[in-house]
Write a protein that binds this ligand. Structure first.
Ligand SMILES: Nc1ncnc2c1ncn2[C@@H]1O[C@H](COP(=O)(O)OP(=O)(O)O)[C@@H](O)[C@H]1O
Ligand SMILES: O=C(O)C1=C[C@@H](OP(=O)(O)O)[C@@H](O)[C@H](O)C1
Length: 166
């Protein structure tokens, strides 16, 4: 596996952070989430970064994060923001990419109001649905593996199977 990293991609709310944290524990390794890395480094929330500096500035921070991961991180489970692969199509250079595909209506059912409020690009549900449709193809094309509509245990089991086989 490239640098031994497992990278989880997917739309906002597809479960990347939830799955990543559990998986890392089961694999006895660490978990990092690019949104959290950016928030710690900036000492402010993604929402604030979008409001004060705009999306373009956030994307530059994601790019910086990618370069750092690629050059420094090994044998780690990494979850990235929903737009990360869209703006960084070389994502595979940092590890094996697994797309967690979940239908939009199921994502909506899962997310609490608080979880939606934290995500600037989820404020307008109609626009979020359009973004989802545009991105599905990109996520697919940039993934080494796709896991569709599974519960947490089923997803973890699938990923462990992928790791064992590679
Ligand atoms: N497979 C799953 N089935 C049901 N709910 C899930 C699943 N994975 C995550 N969730 C829930 O969905 C919400 C969003 O998950 P999160 O991990 O924050 O998504 P992401 O990191 O992809 O934005 C959380 O409340 C989480 O508990
Ligand atoms: O889809 C996107 O463009 C974004 C997804 C978010 O991460 P999650 O996928 O963890 O919600 C976060 O990076 C930012 O709000 C932008």
């Amino acid at each position: 596996m490239s640098a031994g990293n497992v990278i989880l991609t997917g739309f906002m709310g597809s479960g990347k952070s939830t799955i990543g944290r559990i998986l890392a524990k089961e694999l006895n390794t660490y978990f990092i989430d690019t949104d959290n890395l950016i928030e710690y480094f900036e000492n402010r929330s993604i929402k604030e970064i979008f409001e004060k500096e705009g999306e373009e500035s956030f994307r530059k921070k994601e790019r910086y994060c990618f370069e750092w991961i690629k050059n420094n991180v090994k044998n780690t489970v990494i979850s990235v923001g929903g737009g990360f692969p869209v703006f960084i199509p070389e994502i595979k250079e940092a590890g094996v990419v697994i797309y967690l595909k979940v239908d939009f209506d199921d994502i909506l059912k899962r997310m609490s109001e608080d979880e939606i409020a934290k995500r600037p690009l989820f404020q307008d549900i109609k626009k979020a649905k359009e973004l989802f449709s545009k991105r599905d193809n990109i996520y697919r094309q940039l993934a080494d593996y796709i896991i569709e509509n599974r519960d947490i245990d089923g997803t973890i089991k699938k990923i462990k199977g992928i790791i064992d086989a590679s």
